[in-house]
Write a protein that binds this ligand. Sequence first.
Ligand SMILES: [Zn+2]
Length: 178
Amino acid sequence: MANKEEIIAKLANEARDGWQGHVGERRAIDLIAFLNKTLANYSQVLGMSEDQIMVAIESKRDYSAINFYQNSKFPSLENVVVFESTEEVKGRYPSGKYRCPSCNGISTDPYVCNVAPASGKKQCDWKSYGLFGTLGKGLRVVVRSTFLEHPVVHEIFMPLEAEGMPVSDRQNIKAKPQ
Ligand SMILES: [Zn+2]
């Protein structure tokens, strides 16, 4: 199995070969720095090895490394809530109510707004995974148990329990005792 050093070295060489002289060298240096920083952060937050994470994300890459390994796709996990499973998302926020970032209503679906429209109005139907995400008003989450198959940070509508809370407190909301 490849390790992170081998993969990073290969990607850096491709970056050097893709552009002449200083430009290629600069891109290679930036890429190496970005990957090392991202892998250290993800490894620490997710409790997985940097090798595992590098192999997982590289296996999903379907375009050039320079365009793929960007902050927008692999943001720092600093302000991201980590769940063990998707079931845990529901358990952690037991009200099952989420604020739609577009119509401001209360949706019972964390991904697609299902607020009943006022009479004569269209269904809002805002999607947390659409082009504009949650307009910066949602919760950025990662699911640890499936991260190696789906190495993505995604957004859900803000659970009512977590509104106005600092991220560190959102992490600690516990499911209601059964
Ligand atoms: Zn809505």
